[in-house]
Design a binder for this molecule. Structure first.
Ligand code: FCB
Length: 784
């Protein structure tokens, strides 16, 4: 592999934001922000205690050799009420910060709004109020007047899409509102604030100003493999709609002074257009010098008639958000470095005059502090692959001026608090001790040579362990093979090195002669929809059949990112001949990653994305269709559905079956979304019954949800089945014990488990295999 060097003057840096690192939320006159309120004291202080330790943190950056540091200013530290009286000590902090950066030879890049609105402004309407945009412009001026003489690069906003839609539509971010209309109105006011803020900065002579957007390519699952693929009309429409909501809603106003024509009807439908005043778009479209791009992951969608809108994307009815068949970070975000190139290509094609800076890119992985370091090989690989993609985009002509890594420090990851680890510097939140991870050392090298090295980060080998432990390869080999002839001291040193480096001994080397280990891994993820009965059948039958065939079973739990890594290392190291995988609920990259090792893998359940890994499943679609048909045949015409989490393939299939049966009779669906548990089922059932008082039947995608519907019907004074018929799915034990006993769809657990074991055996024998789908059976009881 060749080294990849970057253009001269390319800016290497790091990014952070105020609420995520500063702490000191009640110090020196700072007012509360919406994130203090939202966090309710659970996180946010002390965070990284950066307010006090900023000089040490700057020393770290200097050590790494970064040329630029993008930080954000806390509005409520500067203006505790959001407007009016400025807080001297708050401004002093940014003054000191900037001076210290300049002393260290690091260019300060200031972001004015990274999501932490002063609570006082929220109390008077927050971003739904147009006044907030004016207050923002005044605030921009106050900050500029204090540090503008030393700060050359300004960003008005960070990711207005996230602040508007996660804050106001899905409500998972502060201020936690759930109103689609508020989200669109807030997005517009943020854009307006950007424009007014830009004017304020310009009037004062800002050298370089822009905005930071979170951009993602929007693709169908099929396009992830081949972006040039032509799409059926419905899918093309789904892709365009999500692209309008996610990307173009912000790109077009800022860079072209207009809203996309296909976006406006979506906005109008939920929020009207009165909040968009004449002249606003001229202000918003004022020229910028630099577009900040935050890139983490792509978005995969396809058309799915009848699918309800995703709460974070009002207007996305009929679009299914799909999982992506690739490795994910601990956040669950699919890793797709080429997605960065797609974003950059789009910018070059559509906005060729715009200079770009990558203002965030990075990854959350589970870190282990081992001795004196954190050997975060996955983060390094993530960064390296994204930099290679970026390098390729530069060759294509992308106008990228720099790369700011997210993030310098492990910090508060918004609603997830302290548990996410995006830093290249580890922070111990009890002692505030900082520790450079391997990725930080690697980044330092990248910066030093202004490019990537010839070698990619590698997995540890016997040699690495020997070098770390200061012993010979033979000694390492003896220890890992359990030989007794090694001194206890040497053994301890080797084992520590093995653990610290995450080394997995290579069993394949040991069984070179047989090429077989006669071991099979049974990998279980918990919890799983449909639950315990199926898992226990799998354990019982898979073990029985495979042991009967002379295999040893290794039971492995796949419940964390770390356990995924362990399992992959185990399989890669040739420790097993085959794998039976019971994947977790929701999107799961493990199957593909295991399959790539070349070891035969079989799966329980159809995977979310078409895959070559054979699976055993039950006919969920057919079962749901039969259940709905049964209701129709009993004369029920007004049927609601309580639908479990839509990221579960089984739930998608069951909903599809239900919709298909309704469609055949020309009926329209009434859908209420729930989770897996009875509480959310109860809420969904109540929503359904109050929203559609004329319903006379309910189909639930699981028995748990059907049981909660039974309870909700009872509370509402409805008699089952006279007033309301109910059908569930799964035939769990409890379904036969309800009053009245529940009509449901039986899935053959034991048959599935047996089929799974047989499928693996035929694969081990090298026979051609295809997936198996077993029929379900309707069990009619007294609720219908
Ligand atoms: C971005 C945010 C940043 C951080 C990363 C992981 O959306 O701008 O603050 O939370 O995600």
């Amino acid at each position: 592999m060749r080294t990849a060097s970057f253009p001269e003057g390319f800016v290497w840096g790091v990014s952070t934001s105020a609420f995520q690192i500063e702490g000191a939320t009640d110090q020196d006159g700072r007012g509360p922000s919406i994130w203090d309120t939202f966090a309710g004291g659970a996180y946010g202080d002390p965070a990284c205690d950066h307010y006090r330790r900023y000089a040490d943190d700057i020393r770290l950056m200097q050590d790494l050799g970064v040329a630029a540091y993008r930080f954000s200013v806390s509005w409520s530290r500067v203006l505790p009420e959001g407007h009016g009286r400025a807080n001297g000590p708050g401004l002093d902090f940014y003054d000191r910060l900037v001076d210290e950066l300049l002393r260290a030879g690091i260019a300060p890049y200031a972001t004015l709004y990274h999501w932490d609105l002063p609570q006082a402004l929220q109390d008077s309407g927050g971003w739904t109020s147009r006044d907030t945009a004016r207050h923002f412009a005044d605030y921009a001026g106050v900050v500029y007047d204090r540090i503008g003489d030393r700060v050359d690069t300004w960003f008005t906003f960070n990711e207005p899409q996230v602040a508007a839609f996660l804050g106001h539509a899905s409500g998972v971010h502060a201020p936690g509102r759930r109103s689609a209309a508020d989200a669109f109105v807030s997005a517009h006011h943020m854009l307006l604030a950007h424009g007014l803020g830009l004017e304020a900065l310009r009037a004062r002579g800002a050298a370089r100003a822009g905005v930071v957007l979170n951009l993602s390519p929007v693709l169908t699952p099929a396009q992830l493999g081949d972006v040039s693929l032509d799409l059926p009309e419905e899918d093309a429409e789904a892709v365009a709609r999500i692209d309008a909501l996610h990307n173009r809603q912000f790109l077009e106003p800022v860079l072209r002074g207009r809203y996309p024509a296909d976006l406006l009807p979506l906005v109008e439908k939920v929020a009207g257009l009165d909040h968009i005043h004449d002249g606003d778009l001229d202000v918003i479209g004022g020229p910028i010098d630099l577009l900040g791009v935050n890139y983490y992951t792509p978005i995969a969608v396809r058309a799915q008639p009848g699918a309800p809108a995703d709460p974070a994307f009002p207007g996305s009815e009929g679009v299914l958000f799909c999982s992506v068949p690739t490795a994910v970070t601990a956040m669950g975000w699919p890793i797709m470095p080429s997605g960065l190139s797609l974003v950059l290509r789009r910018l070059s094609e559509e906005y060729p005059e715009t200079d770009v800076m990558i203002t965030e890119n990075g990854a959350d992985f589970v870190d282990v502090v081992a001795g004196d370091g954190v050997h975060d090989i996955e983060r390094m690989s993530f960064l390296e692959e994204h930099l290679r993609a970026l390098r390729a985009s530069l060759d294509e002509g992308a106008r990228v001026r720099g790369y700011l890594l997210w993030s310098l420090l492990d910090c508060v990851e918004w609603a997830d608090g302290y548990r996410r680890k995006f830093g290249i510097v580890h922070v111990d939140f009890t002692t505030q001790r900082r520790l450079l991870k391997d990725s930080a050392l690697w980044y330092r090298d990248v910066i030093r040579r202004n490019g990537l090295g010839a070698e990619r980060p590698k997995r540890p080998t016997l040699e690495t362990v020997a070098a770390r432990a200061g012993v010979s390869r033979a000694t390492v080999s003896r220890v890992v093979n359990g030989e007794a002839s090694v001194s206890p001291e040497a053994r301890a040193v080797v084992l520590r090195a093995v653990q610290e480096l995450g080394y997995v001994p290579n069993a394949a080397a040991r069984s070179l002669v047989t090429q077989r280990t006669d071991s099979v891994a049974l990998v279980l993820s918990a919890p799983r929809n449909g639950g315990d009965a199926l898992i226990s059948a799998v354990v019982q039958y898979v073990t029985g059949v495979l042991e009967g065939a002379g295999k040893q079973i290794t039971l492995m739990l796949a419940d964390t990112a770390e356990s995924h890594r362990r399992i992959i290392r185990h399989v890669e190291a040739g420790q097993v001949d085959g794998v039976v995988l019971v994947p977790p609920d929701g999107p799961d990259p493990l199957a593909e990653r295991l399959a790539r090792t070349g070891v035969p893998v079989v799966l329980l359940g159809r995977p979310a994305i078409a895959s070559l890994v054979p699976y055993v499943d039950v006919d969920n679609t057919g079962g749901a269709k039969a259940a709905t048909r049964h209701l129709l045949d009993r004369g029920r015409r007004r049927i609601g559905v309580i639908c479990g989490p839509m990221d579960l393939v089984a739930v998608q299939d069951r909903l599809a079956g239900h919709l298909a049966a309704l469609h055949e009779d020309g009926l329209r669906p009434a859908i209420a979304l729930a989770g897996l548990d009875r509480q959310s089922g109860g809420a969904a059932a109540r929503e359904l019954l109050s929203g559609h008082p004329d319903l006379n039947a309910v189909f639930a995608t699981s028995d748990e949800l059907a049981i909660s519907a039974l309870e909700a019907a009872r509370e509402a004074g409805l008699q089952v089945p006279r007033d309301l018929a109910i059908v569930g799915f799964d035939d769990v034990h409890a379904a036969s014990c309800t009053t009245p006993p529940l009509t449901t769809v039986r899935v053959p657990a034991a048959d599935q488990a047996l089929a799974l074991a047989r499928l693996l055996l035929s694969r081990l024998d090298g026979r051609h295999t295809t997936s198996v789908v077993l029929p379900t059976r309707l069990v009619v009881r007294a609720t219908t």
